[in-house]
Design a protein around this ligand. Sequence first.
Ligand code: SAH
Ligand code: DHB
Ligand code: MG
Length: 226
Amino acid sequence: MNEQIFGKVDQYISNLLAPEDQVLKDTIKSLDEEGFPQISVTANLGKFLQVMAVLSNAKKILELGTLAGYSTIWLARALPADGKLITLEVEQRHSDLARKNIGKAGLSDKVDFRVGKAMEILPQLIENGEGPFDLIFIDADKPPYAEYFEYALSLSRPGTVIICDNVIREGKILDENTSDEKVKGVQRFNKLLQSNKNVTATIIQTVGVKEHDGMAIAVVNRTDPS
Ligand code: SAH
Ligand code: DHB
Ligand code: MG
């Protein structure tokens, strides 16, 4: 098998099941216009997030890492009329761009933009009693993924779905001697997933129009593990 087939099949699936409307296409374009990185989730993974939000009947969603709001749009579109999504972003310019894109998507009343370091905002969310969330999507900087996951657990209830992007990094996670801080961060997170008995978790390896990577999916257990 060659890598081309993965891209072609990804395109086939997204044409079928995750076609981008103009707002999503313009959101991707807005990143180039601003010179921001093209590191949004793919259309199919955006749809996957949406499926997870529907599956978990999510009314309250928390996202770490807004960028241009591309994944935010996919997730917020799964919310009921009274649903809310809080999205955290450290770069004011990213958050401002996302606010515009979310406005064009007609989702402004559902999305709450918080600007600052996730590590500083997360304890505030806990302190202010803004949890529990039904679904949490972790997609900010990679080195503190394990800490983000612990905070996510504190903002959860039994049944909460926690999804983490970029936990395979083209297989670089196999290298135990890596000096890449991003890879080390997700390796530490993946080990935490293994040892934490309060969640039922797995990692889905992803290939397609973007580089080989993976998404972790964890559900907070409803009963004590036997
Ligand atoms: N979820 C987005 C992509 C997010 S890219 C999508 O799929 O559409 C990662 C984002 O996390 C970037 O915008 C980056 O600025 C932001 N980020 C990096 N470090 C952060 C931190 N410490 N706290 C919050 N956001 C951070
Ligand atoms: C990077 C971050 C992401 O969230 C992503 O999906 C791909 C790459 C990065 O920081 O390199
Ligand atoms: Mg990502």
